[in-house]
Design a protein around this ligand. Sequence first.
Ligand code: ADP
Ligand code: MG
Length: 255
Amino acid sequence: MTASPEDPAASATRPMIVLKEVQKHFGDLHVLKDINLEVPAGQVVVVLGPSGSGKSTLCRAINRLEPIDSGEIEIEGRPLPAEGKDLARLRADVGMVFQQFNLFSHKTILDNVTLAPIKVRRQSKSDARTKGLALLERVGIESQKDKYPAQLSGGQQQRVAIARSLAMDPKIMLFDEPTSALDPEMVNEVLDVMVSLAKEGMTMLVVTHEMGFARKAADRILFMADGAIVEDTDPESFFTAPKTDRAKDFLGKIL
Ligand code: ADP
Ligand code: MG
């Protein structure tokens, strides 16, 4: 049988994210240097690297929050849309969770989670509510549903932010240092949610400094330095036998 785009067997093996020869400058600063990357469906990729190496720019480029200078980015075999409705759909398909939770402060927790599904996915209010409650339960904060973001701890707010992304049924989740703004005792409650997402087969790209998470949940480590991917390997190899001096130096400072 010939594989067609509609063939489920073919789509199971099709890469979710593809970057080809991606270049990005900020003025004279070359922040993404010839990035080539293929992420298959269900893979959990942890992106490591020193501050300023281009990790956030990479995430933002994949979600088209940051336009690239040249090269190609494809999500599920389709080029990134530049604007309009297609871009809104991309943003719904590719969820992103940031260091800052960015919840709507004047909306309740439940409304934070149901707003986009109602407006963008055109779900009925009752469907969105049912689903929103289930997602809040999944991240362990259903009992907070009628509160406002400021009444919750940072860890709880970040779990709401994850539930809010999941409410759009994303195919890919990008996390950019999701626990960096949290007090240490709240880091694990957020990482636990991410570990369970990873186990459920979500395709994930996670920028983090949490090495325990990287070892436990990552299928693959990308190590970035000066805008380039300098190591692309499995966690065991990366942590026990890093190949480059840049990676050895980085691990020496954080482990
Ligand atoms: P990381 O997330 O690895 O710390 P970033 O992707 O945020 O790195 O940044 C890569 C480089 O690009 C840094 O030198 C940073 O200062 C610079 N940079 C990031 N965003 C901008 C911007 N909007 N304008 C100019 N320079 C930027
Ligand atoms: Mg960053």
